[in-house]
Design a protein around this ligand. Structure first.
Ligand SMILES: C[S@@+](CC[C@H](N)C(=O)[O-])C[C@H]1O[C@@H](n2cnc3c(N)ncnc32)[C@H](O)[C@@H]1O
Length: 304
């Protein structure tokens, strides 16, 4: 097995209120305990398989091609979609993420046995020239509600531009996004605590995962969703200290205009559960996927 890893690079690009994006990634996405929560998306292989099915069938619908040779995976996180993509016949995946730990866990967990088909880059997707110089990729795959981590408006526009840059003409980006549908009413804080289980090799223990969220409108019609996260043991011992992370929330009409600005036609396809029987069943049975639940919608952007 050989997986290419480019050396990590610090990103100084900032998000809302001057927080560095890298600080947010270090506090939240680099945290191995959070990745090892049983209820999180990383453990759910059938979720990833089903999402790959949805993305590939959207690709077929919008391009009339069967299977892309190469898939670009911006914000690939723990690489949970890589094995299902290779199993479906994709030959090469270019995976990019700012979180060094997510990529490291992903390579340990999901890339055993691959034969050099996965290239991972620990960098900001806006540094496109480091991993995709030819702009010839047919499919970009961005699932898991990964849009919106760059919360300042200029940075967000750079992010949208960077999503389309590696694509060839007629190539597509398929993604999911909760949009405004996960926002609490302005002025209200939603506070949710749910039981979960940390599974880390032979070590397993029950925990409480507490998340708070509130929405602050921006002057340009977008809003910023602020979230906090804290994990404690059942006895109250702190396992993951309280930290915050933000998401930029862009209503569909503005998102359509932003993609158009960078030569992409955005199609908003409605609730993801209408395309994924697995999402639908999880929502009906548990309703426990947070922004991955009912608010999650499917989008396809076609590069013109
Ligand atoms: C919600 S997680 C989802 C991960 C993955 N797509 C999945 O479905 O499991 C979002 C990921 O985006 C990454 N990320 C956010 N902004 C980024 C940027 N500008 N460049 C590269 N990675 C970024 C974070 O580090 C994090 O791993």
């Amino acid at each position: 097995m050989s997986v290419l890893l480019e050396a990590g690079k610090q990103s100084n690009k900032t998000t809302f209120q001057g927080h560095s994006l890298q600080d947010m990634v270090s506090a939240h996405y680099d945290n191995r305990t959070l990745m090892n929560l049983e209820g999180e998306i990383h453990f759910d292989r059938y979720l990833s398989i089903d999402e790959v099915k949805v993305v590939l069938s959207s690709y077929q619908k919008f391009t009339d091609h069967e299977m892309p040779e190469v898939v670009y995976a911006p914000c690939a996180g723990t690489l949970r979609h890589v094995s299902p993509l290779l199993e479906r016949g994709v030959r090469r995946v270019i995976a990019v993420d700012l979180s060094h730990e997510s990529l490291a866990v992903g390579r340990e967990r999901f890339c055993q046995g691959d034969t050099g088909q996965v290239q991972t880059y620990n960098t900001d997707i806006r540094d496109t020239d480091r991993f995709a110089q030819n702009h010839d990729i047919p499919l970009a795959f961005l699932m898991g509600n990964s849009l919106g981590d760059v919360t300042d408006s200029d940075g967000h526009l750079e992010f949208i531009e960077a999503l389309g840059k590696p694509l060839k003409r007629g190539g597509v980006l398929v993604f999911d996004y909760m949009g405004e549908r996960y926002n609490p009413p302005v002025g209200e804080v939603y506070d949710t605590t749910w039981p979960d289980r940390v599974i880390d090799g032979d070590i397993e223990f029950d925990v409480f995962d507490r998340r708070q969220r509130w929405s602050v409108p921006n002057a340009d019609g977008t809003s910023t969703l602020h979230l906090t996260c804290e994990v404690t043991s059942i006895g109250g011992e702190l396992i993951v200290p309280k930290h915050s992370y933000d998401k930029l929330v862009v209503p569909d009409p503005i998102l359509i205009e932003q993609f158009a600005r960078f030569g992409m036609k955005l199609h908003c396809l409605g609730p993801l559960r209408n395309y994924s029987s697995y999402h639908d069943r999880r929502i009906r049975e548990k309703d426990d996927l947070g922004m991955m639940g009912t608010p999650d919608h499917l989008y396809v952007a076609v590069k013109e």
